[in-house]
Design a protein around this ligand. Structure first.
Ligand code: ATP
Ligand code: LTN
Length: 328
């Protein structure tokens, strides 16, 4: 193996992925993409491995044409959200067949009982009852463990819905090391302080999710700006007409406050002070303005990128860097 690759291996790795199951949402951005861009600038001694998790996407039914477009959209959105090609190894999960191979090994050391406890599996089964549940949906967390352990990743930035999968990854890595000798680094989860779980605008007890919920409560990063404004204005709130944070009794307003706080860096106290005596309409307009300002920038960058060569170039370079590492 050449020295350049060896030097790469010595630098600790931050790794994460997004599934191309639809257009990424404001939840994906605030819980994951924004954090990747921030960490990339802060953690200058780390290498960043960011991939499009297409093998995970096919654990639920996909239209092949749409999947192809969604893969490209996710890759272009990574770049449009501030990930810098020079700082990052961007690749397609299915192009590195070692993910599936190690996933099989992880299946063979995991137990049905621990996979049955995964809440993402239970939630998706409840929602996909009519379509049939694939066995890959059940073993999904073992593939995710393989994604991470394969590269000896040190940190994995994710939204808080993935913490349970990260715990399982740590368990499987430790189990493998204990049985077969020290092989894998045991990774740590990096969850953003603000925005790690953005809720659906129509049902703020449910996570905003690109492939599962009714579209009305979900803001997609490539959605027309007018439609975004409408969705925020019709977000479910409560009858109190007072902007204060109370996740249990005021989940809708608390969710809008979380979005506003993540976008403006204002604390909940500062937001409460800003909107004393204001009605919800005024607050929602401000939230919508902040979201629209962000998405105007992201969409214009996305439009510059999506039809050019950059995405292919970055993916080609990424796979060249990542293939020797996965064989190490
Ligand atoms: P699906 O709807 O297909 O299950 P998803 O959007 O929930 O997709 P991913 O695309 O795999 O899931 O998520 C990519 C990253 O975005 C993960 O780190 C995940 O934790 C984070 N994420 C997803 N939804 C939210 C949300 N509502 N709030 C904060 N972070 C989120
Ligand atoms: N399971 C994640 C997506 C994902 C991932 C990973 C994230 C697949 N493999 C490895 C971090 C590291 C999800 O459903 N959000």
């Amino acid at each position: 193996m050449n020295t350049e690759v060896k030097q790469n291996i010595k630098r600790p790795i931050v790794l994460s992925g997004v599934k191309p199951t639809g257009i990424p949402t404001l939840g994906n951005y605030l819980g994951a993409l924004k954090n990747f861009a921030k960490l990339q600038n802060e953690m200058t001694n780390y290498d960043f491995y960011i991939f499009v998790a297409d093998l995970h996407a096919i654990t639920v039914p996909q239209n092949p044409k749409e999947l192809k477009q969604n893969i490209r959209n996710v890759a272009a959105l990574y770049l449009a959200c501030g990930l810098e090609p020079e700082r990052l190894v961007l690749f397609l999960q299915s192009e590195v067949h070692e993910h599936a191979e190690l996933g099989y090994v992880m299946q063979s050391i995991s137990y049905m009982g621990e996979l049955e406890r995964m809440t993402q599996f239970k939630d998706k089964v409840a929602k996909n009852m009519t379509q049939g549940v694939t066995s890959a949906l059940f073993t999904y967390p073992t593939l995710m463990a393989a994604d991470i352990l394969l590269y000896d990743a040190k940190y994995v930035p994710v939204g808080d819905d993935q913490m349970q999968h990260l715990e399982l990854t740590r368990d499987l890595g430790t189990r493998f090391n204990n049985r077969f000798g020290n092989t894998f680094n045991i990774p740590e989860c990096l969850v953003t302080k603000q925005g790690s779980r953005i809720m659906d605008l129509q049902d703020p007890t449910k996570k905003m999710s690109k492939s599962e919920n009714e579209n009305k409560g979900c803001i997609f990063l490539l959605e027309p700006l007018n439609s975004i404004k409408k969705k925020i204005k019709s977000a479910v709130t409560d009858s109190e007409a007072s902007v204060h944070y109370d996740k249990v009794n005021k989940p809708g307003i608390s969710n809008l406050m979380t979005i506003y706080s993540s976008l403006t860096n204002k604390s909940f106290k500062e937001i409460e002070a800003e909107f004393v005596g204001c009605n919800y309409g005024t607050f929602k307009t401000k939230v919508a303005d902040a979201v629209v300002e962000l998405l105007t920038k992201i969409q214009s960058k996305y439009n510059e990128i999506v039809n050019g060569d950059l995405v292919n170039k970055v993916l080609d370079e990424g796979i060249k860097k990542v293939l020797p590492l996965s064989k190490n």
